[in-house]
Structures are given as C-alpha cells and as structure tokens.
Write a protein that binds this ligand. Sequence first.
Ligand SMILES: Cc1ncc(COP(=O)(O)O)c(C=O)c1O
Length: 482
Amino acid sequence: MRFPDCSASPPPAEGGAAAGSPPAILGARREVPLLDGRRVPQVFLDNAASTKPLAEVHAAVAEFAARYSNIHRGTGHDSLFCTERYEEARRIVARFVGADPERDVALPVRNTTEGLNLLATTFGFGPDDVVLSSLLEHHSNDLPWRGRARVEHITLRADATFDVDRLERRLREHGGRVRIVALTGASNVTGEVLPIHEIARRAHGHGARLVVDAAQLAPHRAIRMGPHDDPGHLDYVVFSAHKMNAPYGEGAIVGPRAHFSEAAPYLQGGGAVYAVGLDHVIWADTPERQEAGTPNILGLFALAAAIRVYERIGLERIAEHERALTRRLLRGMAATPEVAVLGRDDPEDLEHRLGVVSFAVGDLYHQLVAAVLSYEHGIAVRAGCFCAHPLIKHLLRVTPESERDLEQRIQARDRRFVPGAVRVSIGLHNTGEEIDRFLFALREIAARRWRGRYEQDVATGEYRPAGFRFDFAGEPGFPREG
Ligand SMILES: Cc1ncc(COP(=O)(O)O)c(C=O)c1O
C-alpha cells in the first residue's frame, strides 16, 4: 500500500471493514452554502476543537444502542453484555496510551476538562505545595490546579517554545516542593509537541509527578506511558474522545490504580460504594470508587471503537500524513507575506509540532478572517483565544494596561477588541487539495478580496455578512421546537 503524501488522500486503514480505503468520516466534505448562493464541499479544518465521527464508530454506537443497558449489578443479558464490553473498552483505552496493565487504570470521564478537575482533587495539596505548569496551557490544565496549590507557569523562549531547562531550574529552586508538573502534550494554539518523557525524567528526579494533558496529542501521536520503574514514564494522561473522531461525550484519565484508591471519590453517590449506613460509608475500590453515577457507556464504546480504527491505520501513518499536509500548509503560508504564524513556523522542521497552526493576516481582525473563510469559501476554522488567554496575550504582547482596558470592555459586554488569532487544525481526513483550497482563500483575504460587507457583533466580537444568515431551518435532523 502506497504511503500517503501531501497530495494524497487520508491514510488507508489496514484490515477490517475499511481495508484499503481511507476511513470514512461522516460529513467531512458535506456541501455547505456560501454567501454567493453556491454550494461547495466544506473544508473542515477545525479538528483541534472537535472532530467529526468516524463512520465505523457511528455504526458501532448504533449497533450497541439496541443492546444498551446499564452496567454493573444488572442481571439481564444486555446488562451483562454491556458490563463485559465496558471493562474491555476500559482496557483498550489504557493500552492505547501504553499504560502499565498491572498498575494503571483508565477512568472514563466526560472530557479532558473533567479528567483534569478530577485529578486535581486527588492530591490533597498542602499550603506549600507547588504545581508547575506553563504558559502554553489550555485553561483546562490551569484553572483546576489554581486554588488547590501554588501554581507557577513556566515561561517560554522568545520563539514561544517550551524550555526543559527552565523547568529543571524551577524544580531545583523549589527544593522538593513541586508535587505536580502539569503540562500539555501538545499546544492547541502553536501545535508545539513537548518532550514529555524528558520532562517526566526531570520531574521524577525532583520527586514530582507528571500530568500530561493529551487532549491534542492523543489523536495525532502514539503515547507510551511506560512501566512505572522507567524514570521517563508518564504518571497521568488525560484526553477526550471528541478530538479522536468519536464525539459521544467521553474522555479518559489513565493513571495509577493505587493513587485513585487512596483519594476521596470525586463524585459521591450510587455505584461508588460497597456499603452505606445512615452515618457511614464504605467506599468501593478503584475504578468504581471514582465512577459514581451511571457512566456514558455508549461514549466509552465509541472511544474504544475509534481507538481500534486509529490502531488499524497506525498512529505513525496518521502523523506522517498530517506532517505532509502541515508542510504544505506552512510553505503556502510562508509564501503569503501578510501571514504571520504564531510559534514554530518552519515548514521543514515538523518533528516537534502538530498540524495546529494559529496565525494573523496583516492587521485584519481574526474573527473577520474566520468569517470570510466560512461564508465565502466554505472553510471551517476557529478564531479567538482558544481557551488559552495567557498564552495569546503573551504571543500578541498585550500589555497589562491594555489587558485591564480589554477586561473592562468585556465586563461591559463588548468583545470587539479581544485579541486573538485564526487557527487551522488538520485532522486525519484532510487532503492536500483541501490545504490548497485554504491557501487560495488565504491569499484572497490577504489581498483584501471578499464580497460581503461584514458587520461585527458587539457582544460576541464575531463577524457576519450584512443581511445574510445561513438558513438552518432547511437542515435535517435538528431537534426542533414545536
Ligand atoms: C490542550 C487542550 N487541553 C484541554 C482541552 C479541553 O478539552 P475538552 O474540551 O475535551 O475538555 C482542550 C480542548 O480544546 C485542549 O486543546
């Protein structure tokens, strides 16, 4: 089978239903209307936010749906079936990130945000405990730690990349007070991939444990947590299924079983107990201990089904395909002088980055660029701060004075001047042709060629062509009122 290059279609899956053909993604190139009345296949380049479902995953969910039943303690055929498959799916998730099968466990959660919040409650921090994080973090790997420990954000190099030696210095200077190093595996803004095993070695060398926010990393690179006696092993990994072509409300934390058994249950309620008296509770062991309430059973099945597809294709082939597209994208952007990429922008140095590229086009407001891409070219991207406000302010050199001014405006419900960027993010279904369509659109916008007269909404900061709205009433399948 030919290895995919930048002009090729997505990597084919080997074996199974999708043998020899690229994995089908529902709606990946669905036709969308444009401002000028044409309809075009959309170019979906918003994969860092969420991915569209793999057809195979959707089919698996539909198949399971008829057998759906609550798990654990049910005695019906379907409950026993779902219980067995649920535990199997749990093992598939742990294996996917190369966890230690004897010592680690996968805990299903709603998403990375919930996973990191759960995790942050389990450490019982004292007043002097430090969590080292970085300026690269998504809010979901920053806010859950604040208020529980002293959080310090490692600063970045001038080119906005992460510096392991700065981390080492802070670990040393804190003299054993750092309990947790909580870092992203890959940035959702600059696409930078962090050297997580090297970071783990440094953290362990100072008695700290490493939490990897793998929301962006897991869909694009193989993760190997490794055995616990390896100093480079990852202690905790958290990720979301909706970024892995399985958007059914599921995510997972993988980490040491013993740790979760020592921690108080995150949620308190049914399913997490062995016995309850009126004045006492005997909490269950892990994993039940951390899984009170009915879990998202179909969501976990969907995640496991997506993992099977990813493993069949091979994470290395996915990475290779996406690297080829990223090279094409960055070369095209470099040839458009008005475009400035945030962070690493070298098309020939792709080892330490994903196909997540945030950029500015001259002095055009990011929301305007994103609107023109959508309304006039059928290209889905994202604009704004990407839930990483400190990073965006750092990258765009927002001064404390203008930050204060901005925050006053935001509190007055005026978001017209919020700084930000436009973000393109490549997924496994994208093609070289789609990158070229995007680059064409980008050049048009850079040359200030667009049709609509765009108006900005004061409260949201978003732009829309005057007198035009997408007609969603004609779209099928929506829950409709009345
Ligand atoms: C790096 C990173 N961490 C955490 C999250 C939060 O993920 P979720 O929205 O699935 O909770 C995201 C989502 O974009 C992300 O990109």
